[in-house]
Design a binder for this molecule. Structure first.
Ligand code: NAP
Length: 285
């Protein structure tokens, strides 16, 4: 079997086309989505993301501003700035660029973002709605993963799903969203790997999702015949970008697989834009 490709880039393109029309119709109703990214200090990695955010917003007609606070800003200063944005009726969405300088508690700062303006879904209130099965603004990568599974046309009910990686931003919210669809889900992490149990879990996955950040951690011959493989990992190795899954070998066994790059990444960006419109609607409609 050679897997069909879950082409995140083209799905993202379709979503963005739809969002562009939605922005127009929101503007006709007098609602103008306005996204503010907050970063502390200059960071070359962050600059790549903020430039991409700005370009995407411009294409869709969403206003975008980057607020750069000084490298030496303390936690209170960052939280005060976010609280001003919370109170500013013109601002409908807030993104906090990570990492923050040492000494600033990231979760504390994320918690200060108004839940209705939290377009990345990182505020504990938004995480909590995911837990209760009534999501509002969903963490963007988790939303992208769910969209890819939907594209493969899979009914999750009772399916054996294995999530490798349990980060707060990808693995945990994705596991909860899958659980809410009645998938049977195993979550693997560093301890699973250290006990040598990873192959055993991966081999039974009808749907495998990997978000670890270790190039080719998952071997192609572990993949179950006919599985759906969603590779979130982004690893720069000798000038190339590789996923967490051995793509070339895995695609011989899987039914569907995401490429890296061009799979989860572009769809995550599309979901950020989708959340930006949803946030504006939550506040203004
Ligand atoms: P993270 O916070 O570093 O989490 C990595 C997870 O992998 C942790 O749960 C860790 O467990 C687990 N892990 C580490 N080594 C392992 C092993 N040998 N076996 C099993 N599990 C292991 O990373 P993240 O933010 O979730 O991101 C993961 C990857 O996805 C990165 O490459 C990142 O660049 C990429 N990413 C891509 C997108 C996108 O849009 N495409 C979005 C977000 C992230 P412990 O915590 O227990 O050590």
């Amino acid at each position: 079997m050679t897997a069909k490709i879950l082409d995140g880039k083209s799905i993202a393109g379709e979503i963005k086309e739809g969002l562009k029309k939605e922005v127009e119709s929101l503007k006709e109703k007098g609602i103008s989505p306005n996204l503010v990214a907050v970063q502390v200090g200059e960071n070359p990695a962050s600059a790549v993301y903020t430039r991409a955010q700005q370009k995407n917003c411009e294409k869709l007609g969403i206003e975008y501003e980057l607020h750069t606070l000084g490298q030496n800003s303390g936690e209170k200063e960052v939280i005060d700035h976010i609280q001003q944005l919370n109170q500013n009726g013109e601002v409908t969405g807030i993104i906090l660029q990570l990492p923050l300088p040492p000494g600033i508690d990231t979760i504390k700062v994320q918690s200060s973002i108004s839940p209705d303006k939290d377009v990345e879904g990182v505020n504990p209130a938004n995480m909590g709605w995911v837990l209760y099965g009534k999501p509002k603004l969903i963490p963007c990568t988790a939303a992208a993963i769910m969209k890819l599974i939907e594209t493969a046309g899979i009914n999750l009910y009772g399916k054996e799903v294995v999530m490798v990686g349990h980060s707060d931003i990808v693995g945990k919210p994705t596991a909860l969203l899958l659980l809410n669809k009645f998938a049977t889900i195993s979550v693997c992490h560093i301890a699973t790997g250290e006990r040598g149990n990873l192959p055993e879990y991966v081999k039974r996955a009808e749907i495998l999702i990997v978000a670890v950040g270790k190039a080719h951690l998952i071997k192609g011959d572990w993949i179950r015949e006919g599985a759906i493989v969603i590779d979130v990992g982004i690893n720069r190795v000798e000038g190339k970008i590789l996923g967490d899954v051995e793509f070339e070998k895995a695609k011989e066994k899987a039914a569907w697989i995401t490429p890296v790059p061009g799979g989860v990444g572009p769809l995550t960006t599309a979901m950020l834009l989708k959340n930006t419109l949803e946030a504006a609607q939550l506040q203004k409609l």
